[in-house]
Design a protein around this ligand. Structure first.
Ligand SMILES: Nc1ncnc2c1ncn2[C@@H]1O[C@H](COP(=O)(O)OP(=O)(O)O)[C@@H](O)[C@H]1O
Ligand SMILES: [Mg+2]
Length: 367
């Protein structure tokens, strides 16, 4: 490997195990949960999609988080794009047989497709459109793997329950041909989503904890470090400890080791400390806090401090900003913080999602 940035871990075996699970339970999606930035999207893109393609399944990817306000439209759009790809002759191996080209212009400029089924226009209503698209794509593409990234977004959409019911119905109806993998960064969001689907969560999707990267990744970082700095080495145990502390985020870990490499540091604890104190990192966290008002910042800090945000003492200590701190105002603030992905609910109560961000909040005291 040439640089730290080239270090990557591929997980084909994990991808195959998911495909096998899907094949064993048609109509039942897998819901992979892991916090933000641990590598879910990377896995879908680099491991799961290629594994599906290898066995003749067409992967269709939609990032629902990117289109929070219209998640179903985002999914439909992804399906339409895949359909477009399928309809262009020669764009994919084997498609020509299903969509014979009737006429090719002399210079190849005018291409007319033959026997494209269902040329009727698609329904406008997103729910019906999803079903129609699913039908078409199966007709043309054969088996499909729908990858819905950050699917908990559906639970927050205005007509979330209808969306989920629609999705569920379509996945059930097309279970012979369409499999689905969901990812979610919020366990609570996923749970909310599944219960909104009107049945116990486990009946709809199989919830799985998406595994974080292991020692192999850290060993590769250490190996490259030793190559760049002959005679110096990083302790694997210390790397592991740091990796855990930062919440198993590979890109972050790589940045820390790059920083250490630039400074010639081998003490991992010190490397993490430098990273946390760096201007660039602090700027990132400051930007997360910036859109919040004083009251919301107070609630966020209380959560970082592990204080019950609705407790009487916490309320009394909250900043008076635009009116008296009341339980309902705190609830509204929590809601906003949750939707922004800054805090989430766990068995232990509300938590700041990113442990390092929590450390930053605590360190900066009043933000
Ligand atoms: N298997 C991997 N090998 C190397 N780097 C990875 C791997 N998975 C994730 N990363 C790094 O971590 C970053 C965040 O991963 P991402 O998949 O976007 O997280 P998530 O989707 O869980 O929020 C990626 O941009 C990439 O730099
Ligand atoms: Mg992602």
């Amino acid at each position: 490997m040439a640089t730290f940035d080239d270090i990557e871990i591929r997980r084909p075996a994990l991808a195959e195990s998911y495909l096998a699970l899907l094949a064993a339970q048609p109509g039942r999606p897998l819901a992979l949960f892991a916090p933000r930035r641990v590598g879910k999207t990377y896995f879908l893109d680099h491991d799961l999609a290629p594994a599906a393609q290898t066995v003749g399944i067409l992967p269709v990817y939609a990032d629902l988080w990117l289109h929070k306000s219209a998640p179903l439209e985002a999914l439909n759009h992804a399906l339409e794009e895949s359909l477009d790809d399928l309809s262009v002759p020669g764009s994919r191996v084997g498609r020509l047989a299903k969509t014979p080209v009737r006429k090719l212009g002399g210079l190849g400029v005018s291409v007319e497709l033959g026997e494209v089924p269902d040329r009727r226009s698609l329904p406008e209503a997103p729910g019906l459109r999803l079903d129609a698209l699913a039908t078409r794509i199966v007709k043309q593409g054969g088996k499909v793997l729908l990858m819905l990234d950050e699917v908990q977004t559906l639970a927050d959409a205005a007509d979330g329950e209808t969306l989920i019911a629609t999705l569920r119905a379509v996945l059930h109806k097309r279970r012979a041909d369409i499999a689905a993998v969901f990812t979610g960064s919020s366990r609570e969001g996923l749970a909310r989503l599944m219960s909104a689907a009107g049945a116990p969560m486990y009946q709809f999707a199989q919830m799985l904890d998406f595994p974080v990267l292991g020692e192999e990744f850290l060993a590769m970082l250490a190996k490259h470090f030793a190559k760049v700095h002959p005679g110096k080495s990083l302790e694997l145990a210390a790397l592991q400890e740091a990796f855990q502390r930062i919440g198993y985020k590979p890109a972050l870990m790589r940045d820390i080791v790059k920083g250490m490499s630039a400074e010639g540091l081998t003490d991992v604890g010190q490397g993490v400390a430098h990273f946390l104190a760096s201007d660039s990192q602090r700027a990132i966290w400051a930007a997360l806090v910036a859109p919040l008002d004083t009251f919301e910042r107070g609630v966020l800090l209380a959560i970082a401090q592990g204080r019950p945000p609705l407790g009487r003492e916490t309320l009394a200590a909250l900043p008076v900003h635009g009116g008296k701190p009341t339980v309902s105002r705190v609830r509204t603030a929590i809601d906003r913080l949750r939707r922004a992905g800054l805090v989430s609910k766990s068995a232990a109560g509300l938590l700041v999602d990113d442990p390092l961000f929590a450390e930053f909040l605590l360190g900066s005291g009043k933000t």
